[in-house]
Write a protein that binds this ligand. Structure first.
Ligand SMILES: [Zn+2]
Length: 406
């Protein structure tokens, strides 16, 4: 059953539909790959200011942050503002930057992943404030965060560790098709490097071929993948050898080093340290070196962003008050309980829940499987419904603040 609150929220969101659609299409029209989000961030800041949020700013990394209220229960609602590239423009049915409107849908890069969340979270807070005012006991930070597609979680690590924002709960805007998502597999990116000794290819017996030393290790990885555990909720841990390179003085020489790149997905119960230890224990590892890859880029604001490519898996229990609070808001609007699930890909939750153990869930419109495709679209009706749901979340969390505050 839809509740009275749900119906009122839906009516209020529907009255704002044209503005929500305008804002989303404006964001789509500004290309913003990771580390180059400046212009789109300025567009978001303008919208936050138009909506009259208390404090609107761009932090040192380049995240747009708006704050509402000053109560003890701190809620972070995050949508990342960057998108992946478009690939071959000819592969798109509609211009990826047009924000094509057709048959009740909006098309374009970012139409699912995940610009709708930025628009709907902002208008959801506007609806909440207009309806009965935000509850006195909450503080809400809205973020349009940067660099997520390049290094998931870094933007929120920056917010928590360098900008002094310490949320009690986090709601992520990655697509969930209006379900409530409560976990994801993690990831470690690493390399294994073998050393050899160069010699002229005319005399291979005088050298040590680093490629031949890495070859059995690659086959070890294939076998390791078969043995990795499966979790009923998050799925299977996996390992993939994703690239190989070597150094050689010439195409007529024995290579003196070789390196295989590894993408290791971590399921529930697997730790990054454990995954690295497994690599160091591969049957043919010998004296090969296992190393973590590092992310090292400069944000659009000129801030250096650096971290090891370690992204812990995370799961929030289904009966956690945050899951129940968001599910209750969804049910009030949709009239039936949401599906409770998890993402197949990674999100900023690797930082909030994975590294900082801050309860985190996801809720947003859009189909997860359309992310990063040339066919991204979102239904306008779902934008309205998501906006209504977001507007009810502060009150729903406020009712559970005893359970949620430390
Ligand atoms: Zn995303």
């Amino acid at each position: 059953m839809m509740t009275g609150d749900g119906r009122a929220a839906l009516d209020a969101a529907r009255a704002l539909e044209a503005r929500i659609v305008r804002f989303l299409r404006d964001m789509i029209a500004i290309p913003a790959e990771s580390c180059r989000e400046g212009e789109r961030c300025e567009r978001v800041r303008t919208e936050y200011e138009r909506l009259g949020f208390d404090d609107v700013r761009i932090d040192r990394l380049g995240n747009v942050v708006a704050t509402l209220g000053d109560g003890p229960l701190t809620i972070l609602m995050d949508g990342h503002v960057d998108c992946v590239g478009i690939g071959d423009p000819a592969a798109w049915r509609h211009d990826p930057f047009e924000g094509k409107l057709e048959a009740g849908r909006i098309w374009g890069r970012g139409a699912v992943d995940e610009l709708p969340a930025i628009a709907c979270m902002a208008y959801g807070m506007a609806v909440a404030r207009e309806a009965e005012g935000l509850p006195d006991d909450v503080t809400i930070h809205l973020t349009a965060s940067v660099m997520e597609e390049d290094c998931d979680g870094y933007c929120l690590l920056h917010l928590i560790e360098n900008e002094g924002i310490r949320p009690d709960v986090v709601i992520l805007g990655e697509p969930t098709d209006l379900g409530v998502y409560r976990g994801q597999r993690g990831r470690v990116e690493a390399t294994i490097t073998t050393r050899g000794r160069s010699s002229h290819a005319a005399h291979p017996e005088e050298g040590v071929n680093a490629l031949y030393r890495v070859a059995p290790i690659i086959l070890d990885l294939e076998q390791l993948n078969e043995r990795l555990p499966r979790d009923a909720f998050l799925g299977k841990g996996t390992v993939v050898a994703s690239n190989i390179e070597c150094t050689t003085v010439s195409l007529n020489a024995v290579p003196d080093s070789a390196r295989v790149y590894i993408d290791r997905r971590l399921t529930a119960g697997e730790s990054p340290e454990g995954a690295l230890e497994e690599l160091r224990s591969l049957p043919h590892i010998g004296d090969a070196i296992v190393s973590l890859l590092e992310y090292d880029e400069v944000s659009w604001r000129g801030q250096r962003a650096r971290q090891e490519k370690v992204f812990p898996s995370w799961v929030l229990p289904e009966d956690h008050p945050l899951v129940r609070a968001v599910a209750e808001a969804v049910q009030a609007v949709l009239g039936s309980p949401p599906s409770i699930s998890r993402w197949s890909f990674s999100t900023n939750g690797v930082a909030t829940m994975g590294r900082h153990a801050i309860p985190t869930v996801g809720f947003a419109p859009g189909l997860e499987e359309l992310a990063h495709t040339t066919d991204e679209w979102v239904a306008i009706e779902d934008l309205v419904r998501a906006t209504a749901v977001y507007s009810l979340i502060p009150a729903s969390l406020s009712r559970r603040k005893e359970e949620l505050l430390p």
